[in-house]
Design a protein around this ligand. Structure first.
Ligand code: ATP
Length: 315
């Protein structure tokens, strides 16, 4: 069930002290207010200045004013979030932001080290993430959408509002007479996420009034299935070896071969094959029954090759 803003905050039990990722938008403004009220003296705010749009200075000013009023220490970091070829601008900004949070947590060790970074994505953001994953033809890892908590870089990360609707967050702020900065890029319908938000969500609301709950449940099922696939991939990788022995791969079902190869390429070579590339590789593995059979295929951002009895990869 979607939660009220207050119920979500009551259920939230982070390790303290924490830092809220404060963009200046409605969601993180509300989250900071609620955290500062609940854990006075234990809350910091981190703001990342992306320098991507003219409005960025306005976001920073809002954050400065809000934190001064709440007596919350604010750390601001400027990042260069230009995206690499083939990377989405949104993804580049997110990666740069998470690195900046880790760096800010390291410099904020006094009087006590930050233990948790808190982010303000809510139930509508989760639905958008799921629909974006579907639109790309993602597998269960993508359909799991955003986790509510995880650990990285020695920090706990948390999204306590993931079951709260965007409307409920704004209603909570309005009821308190609080203001926020509206990001002008949020209405730019050149971004797929914004088209989902403004065109699809209202229609979903009409057709399936409980879509936030049911979609979240599907994300949870996908996350569980993904965990099982990871466990199976680890066990299969231990059995086929690194680099994977071709005969041992062939002894597995096709679905397990695909699963273990995807896992090996990701953890060992930091690359993700397309569905077509993986399909071609599996065909080659099936056909690789003679000494003379060569494999040389584009896979991810490099090439898979036969190396004796095993499968190699290089870029
Ligand atoms: N520039 C930033 N500085 C610090 N934290 C950020 C920044 N941008 C986003 N975040 C954090 O990441 C979360 C998700 O970011 P996203 O861009 O999806 O949302 P947003 O529209 O900026 O949300 P909000 O309404 O809180 O501003 C935000 O809720 C916030 O906690």
């Amino acid at each position: 069930m979607t939660q009220s803003f207050d119920a979500a905050m009551r259920a939230f039990a982070p390790r303290l002290p924490l830092a809220v990722g404060l963009s200046g938008g409605a969601d993180s403004t509300a989250l900071l207010l609620a955290c500062a009220e609940r854990w006075p003296g234990q809350v910091h705010a981190f703001h990342v200045h992306h320098g991507l749009q003219a409005a960025a200075d306005g976001f920073e000013q809002h954050c400065q004013a809000l934190c001064a009023r709440l007596n919350v220490p604010l750390s601001v970091r400027r990042v260069d979030a230009r995206h690499a070829p083939g990377q989405s601008p949104e993804d580049a900004a997110r990666q740069a932001r998470y690195k900046a949070f880790e760096a800010l947590a390291l410099v904020n060790q006094v009087p006590e080290a930050i233990k948790t970074i808190v982010l303000a994505q809510h139930a509508d953001d989760q639905v958008e993430t799921l629909l974006l994953a579907l639109s790309r033809g993602a597998g269960v890892a993508g359909l799991a959408a955003m986790p509510a908590q995880w650990q990285r870089g020695g920090l706990h990360w948390s999204r306590p509002l993931l079951r709260v609707s965007g409307d409920a967050v704004r209603a909570w702020l309005r009821a308190r007479g609080e203001s926020w900065v509206e990001d002008p890029s949020n209405t730019d319908e050149r971004y797929t996420r914004n088209r989902i938000r403004w065109q699809l969500l209202p229609v979903l609301q009409q057709a399936f009034p409980h879509f936030r709950d049911t979609f979240a449940r599907s994300c949870m099922h996908a996350a569980q299935a993904n965990e099982l696939l990871q466990e199976l991939a680890e066990a299969d990788l231990a059995a086929v070896g690194q680099p994977p022995r071709i005969a041992a791969l062939r002894a597995l079902s096709r679905a397990r071969q695909a699963n273990v190869l995807r896992h090996w390429l990701r953890i060992r070579h930091s690359t993700t094959p397309s569905a077509a590339q993986l399909d071609a590789l599996l065909q080659q593995i099936a056909a690789c029954t003679t000494r003379g059979h060569r494999i040389y295929l584009k896979v991810g951002n490099g090439h898979a090759v036969r190396e004796g009895e095993a499968l190699g990869w290089y870029n």
